[in-house]
Design a protein around this ligand. Structure first.
Ligand code: AMP
Ligand code: ZN
Ligand code: FE
Ligand code: FE
Length: 278
């Protein structure tokens, strides 16, 4: 049993349609795939239908952009929603992505890289969560940068000249809301990028006590040492260990579909409906 439990479609910032994504997963011989688009459920119905036809398992999920101690932390919610409180937070997050766009474009123009909102919308056409990745795509199309990575590294990332903060949900509240929505909260790539400094073992311990059920350990952005340490920590704290690619189609290199997988026993727990909503 091979399961990749964290992927993105073009309903957020991946480049495959949900159907294409599921077909690729089936062609690779995966038995189960989870779609976890950023702050949106928009691709889930299509992906579930495609998985049904393709004969592979499907786990509905979502990746919620959260904030903890000033750092961006991503929370996966397996089988979460719909829930009024959670949905309101997600809508707020999506809205604030759109609202900060003019300021972001003003800053890029000041830096000699004019881009119109039209151009960004063209790249975000299919997405329910238009954001920095689509601004990055427009920058690539203009020839300002080589790829999304360079756009984030030089201009759009936290603290770079084009960075404009947006609304993000408090992590502890998001964990509570995922549980309230009948889902299972798992922290995505806890020690990738800038999050290792804030998600200390003590903090993860507190989150485990307040409803967190797992951490994503096998992720392309975690090196060997981080994986060993996180695995040990998960054992101590009674947290589930997941492994996933964080596949984004052409939107991210180094994240090939199925390159990381989750142990079947963990898949079974996460796939179990809590109250049969989805
Ligand atoms: P936003 O939600 O609009 O602030 O954009 C953040 C999203 O951009 C994250 O959730 C990631 O999926 C994506 N992202 C962050 N850094 C990079 C990067 N270096 N290359 C490609 N995508 C990235
Ligand atoms: Zn993404
Ligand atoms: Fe993420
Ligand atoms: Fe992701």
């Amino acid at each position: 049993m091979k399961a990749d439990l964290h992927t993105h479609s073009n309903k957020s910032d991946g480049t495959d349609t949900p159907t294409e994504l599921v077909h690729k997963a089936a062609a690779l011989g995966l038995d189960m795939v989870a779609l976890a688009d950023h702050d949106s459920y928009a691709g889930l119905d299509e992906a579930a239908a495609a998985a049904d036809i393709a004969g592979i398992g499907f786990l509905p999920s979502i990746e919620i952009s959260c904030r903890y101690a000033g750092a961006d932390v991503h929370l996966l919610g397996y089988r979460a929603g719909p829930d009024d409180d959670l949905d309101m937070e997600l809508a707020k997050a999506r809205q604030s992505r759109v609202e900060r766009l003019p300021e972001m474009l003003r800053r890029l123009a000041d830096a000699g890289m004019p881009i119109t909102a039209e151009e960004v919308h063209r790249w975000a056409r299919t997405s329910a969560a238009q954001g920095r990745p689509h601004v990055a795509d427009a920058m690539v199309a203009r020839g300002y940068v080589e790829n999304r990575d360079q756009a984030f590294g030089d201009w759009l990332g936290d603290g770079r000249p084009g960075y404009v903060p947006r609304y993000t949900i408090d992590l502890s509240r998001a964990i509570r809301l995922v549980v309230q929505a009948g889902g299972r909260p798992v922290i995505a790539h806890p020690w990738a990028r800038r999050t290792a400094a804030v998600l200390t073992p003590q903090v993860l311990g507190r989150l485990a006590e307040s409803g967190l059920v797992g951490i994503e350990v096998d992720h392309p952005e975690h090196d060997r040492e981080a994986r060993i340490a996180l695995r040990g920590l998960a054992g101590e704290l009674g947290l589930l260990v997941t492994g996933s690619s964080d596949y984004h189609g052409l939107g991210k290199t180094n994240n090939a579909l199925g390159c990381e997988t989750t142990h079947p026993e963990v898949v079974e727990v996460l796939a179990q409906p809590l109250r049969g909503s989805r």
